[in-house]
Design a protein around this ligand. Structure first.
Ligand SMILES: *Cc1c(COP(=O)(O)O)cnc(C)c1O
Length: 385
């Protein structure tokens, strides 16, 4: 894998070697169940609580407000469905945006089929939600506003702080899907004014299958998983101890190194964007020019299929992604690109590179060396002229 140029960090990240090392002991020595009373279990329990403190520190909340889950999808599902069923007596209206991740959109869709009413706010051509639209959409029966911190496809960072002020004034619960940002970009639940926030370890150099939901003290939520009394009786199931330990270590590393990593990524990101826009005709950048994740490069290359570019890049050992819906075998371009107002035929030519902490200048230069030729060759073959 050494020669692999991995530019798909928005899909998942490699596990940091220090994270792997921290997890190891909880596979071998401290395999005890954290709920037991003997000392091997006690060590596991202490490790889980230590990780809780580290994750809490990363997003500026109290450790008691962190609930471990099986990933970002579970955290989003729990927040949406749990709020809906906790507050349905007050109302059945949910406000969200058209560009949320499926993990937050689909639970809303599920509820819609069961009598809830969902407003999906449009975004502008940069992918921004307008806070005033949120304000106008809130009704007497609104119980939840769900808006992501940064979009996973086009990288736009949403004005969640302003939206948080609006939801607070209105007394409506506010969920922020921060799976793309936590560990990669500053997240502070106090300045956001959110009541719930979803995060996932494998998006910041931790292991897969573990995440957390931040739940502000006093926020009501019906539980999804019933069983044992874990997580303060709110989320049953034996703790994924090694996974939680890994997420805690990853959070600690992120606290220490986020600023320099972001600076390095931003520089390489801008180099890649400029190189693509200068080197290939008829290409447009998707998402906001400046309010964007430091590692996201999303473009649409006209008159070429995204998948065709993806496969050609794969032959050059470069991993990236194309408008994520296409990866599921569907012919529909992604709901995010369409919501930005990008015409269907152009959205088909989307390509997303997402950089990471180990991305080098040489790797970016190599992409810029091979991509124009790939596009030129594919355009020569294309029946669409
Ligand atoms: C990856 C992702 C998720 C899902 O997280 P998992 O841990 O993979 O289930 C949710 N929301 C966003 C924005 C994501 O990027």
């Amino acid at each position: 894998m050494d020669d692999l140029i991995y530019l798909d960090h928005a899909a998942t990240t490699p596990v940091h070697p220090l994270v792997r090392q921290a997890m190891m002991l909880y596979h071998t020595e401290y395999y005890g169940n954290p709920e037991t009373l003997y000392s091997a279990g006690g060590a596991a329990n202490e490790a889980v609580e230590d990780a809780r403190r580290k994750v809490a520190a990363l997003i500026n909340c109290d450790p008691s407000e962190i609930y471990f889950t099986g990933g970002g999808t579970e955290a989003d599902n729990w927040a949406v469905k749990g709020t809906a069923y906790a507050r349905e007596k007050k109302g059945k209206h949910i406000v969200t945006s058209a560009i949320e991740h499926h993990a937050a959109l689909e639970p809303c869709h599920f509820l819609e089929k069961r009598g809830f009413d969902v407003t999906r706010l449009p975004v502008d051509s940069d992918g921004l939600v307008t806070p005033d639209d949120v304000k106008k959409a809130i009704r007497k029966d609104t119980i939840l506003v769900s808006i992501m911190h940064a979009n996973n496809e086009v990288g736009t960072v949403e004005p969640v702080e302003e939206i948080g002020k609006i939801t607070r004034e209105a007394g409506v619960a506010f969920l922020v899907d921060a799976v793309q940002t936590v560990g990669n970009y500053p997240v502070d639940v106090q300045t956001m004014g959110c009541d719930m926030l979803a995060l996932s370890a494998h998006k910041f150099y931790g292991p897969k299958g573990v995440g957390a939901l931040y739940l502000r003290k006093g926020t009501r939520l019906v539980q999804l998983l019933h069983g044992g009394g874990q997580e303060g009786g709110k989320r049953a199931g034996t703790h994924n101890v090694h996974g939680i330990v890994g997420m805690g270590r990853a959070a600690e590393i992120a606290m220490e190194e986020m600023t320099p990593v972001m600076e390095q990524e931003t520089e390489l990101r801008d180099r890649l964007i400029e190189g693509i826009l200068d080197g290939i005709p008829d290409v447009r950048l998707n998402g906001h020019a400046t309010r964007r994740l430091p590692n996201n490069v999303s473009v649409c290359v006209e008159k070429v299929e995204g998948e065709a570019m993806l496969l050609s890049l794969d032959m050059k050992r470069i991993c990236c992604s194309s408008g994520s819906a296409c990866t599921t075998g569907s012919l529909e371009p992604s709901h995010v690109l369409l919501a930005l107002g990008i015409p269907v035929e152009i959205a088909h030519g989307s390509l997303r590179f997402s950089l990471g902490r180990w991305t080098t200048e040489e790797q970016i230069n190599y992409v810029l060396e091979v991509l124009p030729a790939i596009v030129q060759r594919l355009r020569g073959m294309s029946p669409v002229k």
